[in-house]
Design a protein around this ligand. Structure first.
Ligand SMILES: [Ca+2]
Ligand SMILES: [Ca+2]
Length: 100
């Protein structure tokens, strides 16, 4: 079963894309996240990895740091930076723990 790991990762990527689509489709453009959609996604899907989800200012700063073209909406590519940041933080944590 050499391909098993690959399939799980592919499934994880598909899940991320389909979740993004569900949240992005709630209002306005169905391919981008508005501030409200982003907040809703983070609080319901990433409550443990993202800090300060209850702080509107922290949420606004986080979204601003991802919104590279400053149009107030996050494309999947912009949103993906957050996943990349969270994944690398999580990776550092897990790999450090294993070394002990
Ligand atoms: Ca939208
Ligand atoms: Ca944008």
């Amino acid at each position: 079963m050499l391909s098993a790991t690959g399939v799980i990762m592919e499934a994880a990527i598909c899940t991320l894309v389909s979740q993004f689509k569900i949240f992005a489709g709630k209002d306005g453009s169905s391919s981008t996240l508005s501030k409200e959609e982003f907040h809703h996604l983070v609080t319901s899907q990433l409550p443990n990895l993202v800090k300060d989800t209850g702080d509107p200012r922290a949420m606004e700063e986080l979204m601003g740091s991802l919104d590279k073209n400053n149009d107030g909406e996050l494309t999947f590519a912009e949103f993906w930076q957050l996943i990349g940041n969270l994944a690398s933080k999580q990776g550092e944590k897990v790999l450090r723990e294993k070394k002990k």
